[in-house]
Design a protein around this ligand. Structure first.
Ligand code: PMP
Length: 305
């Protein structure tokens, strides 16, 4: 990924892709205090546009606030940086990665006095869990790793260090031949995937874990809430057990990268008919209508680049 042509926005300017470098004594590299976003731009019917740009930028600033980091740019500048990066790389659709980190002035646990940096990169990225998974559903394994407790590194911040947990869970699941991991919270209730929120459907009602289970407050999750309302589907946020997932009719993951990915199996237990469910398909198709600019009701969620 690092050795290619292109531009990356770094601390206020576009730099050559290969020159977007940091020092090995970067504080965040040692102690993991940093935060990032995952954002997508779609090749919509009205041209390239970034989906829910402001919400992603707000979450980045909230992550910074939670981590006591001060971003040396305004939200408007960060929005503008994201538009610029997509344009500068000539991308029609893209995955965007804004990241904030603490600089290399000094080490030691306290980052006080170190500079906070910001970069935004963008590149093409297709279906995160595979095209086939989008149609047929993916196979998921309950992780032996527990999702972060809400009072450790903070679960509403999209913290760099939180992803060690996601990496371990994802590697375990994929080494065992599954596509993705499902993590339970410290009390044993369903939390979320390694990089996705979870939804299950039972008797026509859509359920998702409430945020006390330590799941990230996903922007796609919130988009699904709007879609459920439009489709007349009842949506309930509640505690969900692992076996409730086994006996549900349909299940799917959501995320900026994963979009809406059906789940066909958990721990070798087939979910529903063992393929993408009919309600999931409706929600998925409504989602792609929105992000591709085919639903005028949500035009304000798309920012032209
Ligand atoms: N949970 C985790 C752990 C994630 O990494 C992501 C991806 N950002 C999500 C949930 C989904 O969030 P969003 O829909 O905002 O991308």
């Amino acid at each position: 990924l690092h050795d290619r042509d292109g531009k990356i926005w770094m601390d206020g300017e576009l730099v050559d892709w290969r020159d977007a470098k940091i020092h090995v004594l970067t504080h965040t590299l040692h102690y993991g205090c940093g935060a990032f976003e995952g954002v997508r731009a779609y090749d919509t019917v009205n041209g390239t546009a970034i989906f829910r740009l402001q919400e992603h930028t707000e979450r980045l600033f909230n992550s910074a606030k939670i981590l006591r980091m001060k971003i040396p740019f305004s939200q408007e500048q960060v929005n503008q940086a994201q538009r610029e990066v997509v344009k500068a790389n000539g991308l029609k659709s893209a995955y965007l990665r804004p990241l904030i980190w603490i600089g290399s002035e000094k080490l030691g646990v306290s980052p006080k006095g170190n500079q906070v940096h910001l970069m935004v990169a963008a590149w093409s990225w297709g279906a995160y869990l595979g095209e086939d998974g989008m149609k047929r559903g993916i196979r998921v394994k309950t992780s032996s790793y527990t999702r972060h407790h809400v009072n450790i590194t903070m679960t509403q911040a999209k913290t760099v260090s939180n992803y060690t947990n996601s990496i371990l869970a994802n590697m375990e699941a994929t080494d065992d031949g599954y596509d993705e991991a499902l993590l339970l919270d410290a009390a044993g209730f369903v939390s979320e995937g390694a990089g996705e929120n979870l939804f299950v459907i039972k008797n026509g009602v859509v359920y998702t874990p409430d945020l006390s289970a330590g799941a990230l407050n996903g922007i796609t999750r919130n988009t699904i809430f709007a879609i459920c309302q439009d489709l007349g589907l009842k949506l309930v946020e509640k505690r969900i057990t692992r076996d409730e997932v086994y006996i549900c009719d349909e299940a799917f993951f959501t995320g900026t990268a994963a979009e809406v990915t059906p789940i066909r199996e958990l721990d070798r237990v087939e979910i529903g008919s063992g393929s993408r469910g009919p309600i999931t398909e409706k929600i998925q198709s409504a989602f792609f209508d929105i992000v591709n600019g085919r639903n005028p009701k949500y035009a304000e969620w798309l920012t032209a680049v």
